[in-house]
Each structure stands twice: as structure tokens, then as C-alpha cells.
Design a protein. Structure first.
Lengths: 169, 119
């Protein structure tokens, strides 16, 4: 991997991490477990801009560092499960959804993220009681997913790579 | 717009609609006054809120950690805990059958139950 690309991926990871940490302080949704998932703007962007391996590197580094910085290492299983589901789903969806409908894959990513977390929660708690909150998570997830998707769309429309390449030459 | 995209948009709408329906069904306040406090999938307390006196008590988690539960005016809530996320505290009072108070780190669930159930 070229140093240039590595630096780019590291920068995106750092960005995602900053968004993630700021988001920890934003507590507006009164549903336990519901989050805006703003850090996923970077994930959605990376899914469409980089290949699967590079995106996975960004996401896993962000989840790992995020749970350490956020002081919530015990919740890493949930974050990881969500991230794996979300990532796998979006990488598959990417094959049929063109760049123009990036918000759609973001919503699907959000749905899968919630699903992954729910599955782990059911396994860990060995009880289906937590499932009753799933519909609420799905609703907020869809809305938040659409929002992050639109953010990523704007980001991609700016065509940052083109600007960057111009600066290099 | 390709067929795949249309299909996916349709799927998302269906999932969203289903979630809304289930959320509305589930969000009605419970008329039950019986509450189960479940830890590690075992019912450790089975309380009738309408008869409980106001009190607070601590629930210890065997692997370390605790939650402080408050019963006040027939409502139950978690008011303090040493978990890092404090989601259980933010949930506030237990109101609806479909949103239990959950503390994932301590595997603790507080939910409404049928009278006599869980014994």
C-alpha cells in the first residue's frame, strides 16, 4: 500500500473518530441504544471510494479506538457486531446501488447495524426481552441512515480526490 | 433507476412501515403494575409497584458493578450505576411494555410482567 493511500485512510479514520467522540456528547434521542451514527458518514464515503479491505480497516480501527476513547470497552461487542453487519451489507449493496443512490445503501447499512446489535444483545442477554426495542431502533436508524447517507453524498459530490490530485501535480 | 434499486427502496419502505406499526403497538403505556427485574436471564425480583413503598436499593452484578434502583410513587427507575454508558439511567421511569430498562453491561432488565408470572 502506498504511503499516500495509507495517510488518506488514517486521516479518514481520525475524522470518523473525532465525529464519533463528539457524538458521544450528543444525547438527544431518549431511546436507549439509539444514536445518530454520524461517524458512519465516513464509512459510507469509504465504501464507495475505497475497496472492501481498506474500508474494513477504517471501520475496525474506528470501532476499536472509539470504544477505548469513549471509555466503554465492554460495549465493543455490540459496536463490532453492528459494524460487521453494516459493512458486509453495504459492500454487497454497493454492487447494485449506484453512487447516485448512496443514501439508500446508507439506510440499509443502518438497518443492518441495528440488526447486528440486536442479535448480539439477544445472545448476550439470553433473552428476547431486548427485542421489543428493535422497532424504535429501526425507525431512528432509517432516519439517521438517510441523513448520514445524504452527508456522504454531498461529500462525494465535492469530489475531494480530484482536488487532491490537482494539488499533487 | 435500475430494478435492484427499486427493489431495495421497496424493501426499506416495508421495513420502515413494519417498524412504525410495531412501535405504535408496543408504545402504549402498560396497565400492569407488576414488574420483573431480570439479571442474567433470571428473575431476581418480582414486585407489585402499586404496593411497594418508596425505596431505593442496589443490585450487584456478580462480575463487578451495580445499579441503584428507585421505586417512587409506583414508578420504577434506575437512578445510578457504575456502568460507563448510563443508558439505563437515561431511559428514566419504566412506562411501556415494549421499552424495558436495560443495562447491557450488567445484563440487567427491568420490565413489566403479568401478575403472578415469573415465579
Amino acid at each position: 500500500m502506498k504511503a499516500h493511500k495509507l495517510a488518506r485512510l488514517a486521516l479518514l479514520t481520525a475524522l470518523a473518530l473525532i465525529i464519533f467522540i463528539i457524538e458521544l456528547r450528543i444525547d438527544i434521542i431518549p431511546i436507549p441504544g439509539a444514536k445518530l451514527g454520524l461517524a458512519n458518514i465516513i464509512t459510507v464515503y469509504a465504501v464507495y471510494k475505497y475497496n472492501a479491505k481498506e474500508t474494513a480497516m477504517i471501520v475496525f480501527a474506528r470501532v476499536l479506538l472509539g470504544s477505548i476513547f469513549g471509555g466503554n470497552v465492554s460495549a465493543i461487542m455490540y459496536s463490532m457486531a453492528g459494524a460487521v453487519f453494516c459493512l458486509t451489507g453495504m459492500l454487497l449493496v454497493k454492487r447494485i446501488v449506484p453512487l447516485k443512490y448512496i443514501w439508500l445503501s446508507s439506510i440499509i447499512g443502518a438497518i443492518l447495524h441495528n440488526t447486528g446489535q440486536m442479535i448480539v444483545a439477544v445472545i448476550v442477554m439470553r433473552s428476547f426481552a431486548v427485542l421489543s426495542i428493535y422497532p424504535f431502533l429501526l425507525i431512528t436508524g432509517c432516519i439517521a441512515g438517510a441523513f448520514t447517507g445524504l452527508c456522504a453524498q454531498l461529500l462525494i459530490n465535492r469530489n475531494l480526490d480530484a482536488i487532491d490530485n490537482k494539488n499533487e501535480t | 433507476m435500475t430494478k435492484g434499486v427499486k427493489l431495495l427502496i421497496g424493501a426499506v419502505i416495508v421495513i420502515f412501515a413494519a417498524a412504525v406499526v410495531f412501535a405504535i403497538i408496543g408504545s402504549k403505556p402498560s396497565d400492569s403494575t407488576w414488574v420483573d427485574i431480570v439479571q442474567n436471564n433470571k428473575v431476581i425480583y418480582h414486585l407489585d409497584l402499586s404496593e411497594e413503598k418508596d425505596r431505593t436499593f442496589k443490585i450487584d452484578y456478580p462480575d463487578g458493578g451495580w445499579n441503584e434502583v428507585q421505586i417512587k410513587d409506583g414508578h420504577i427507575s434506575i437512578i445510578d450505576a457504575d456502568c460507563p454508558d448510563h443508558t439505563c439511567i437515561k431511559t428514566g421511569e419504566l412506562r411501556s411494555e415494549s421499552i424495558p430498562i436495560v443495562c447491557l453491561p450488567h445484563k440487567l432488565v427491568i420490565r413489566f410482567s403479568d401478575e403472578g408470572a415469573g415465579e
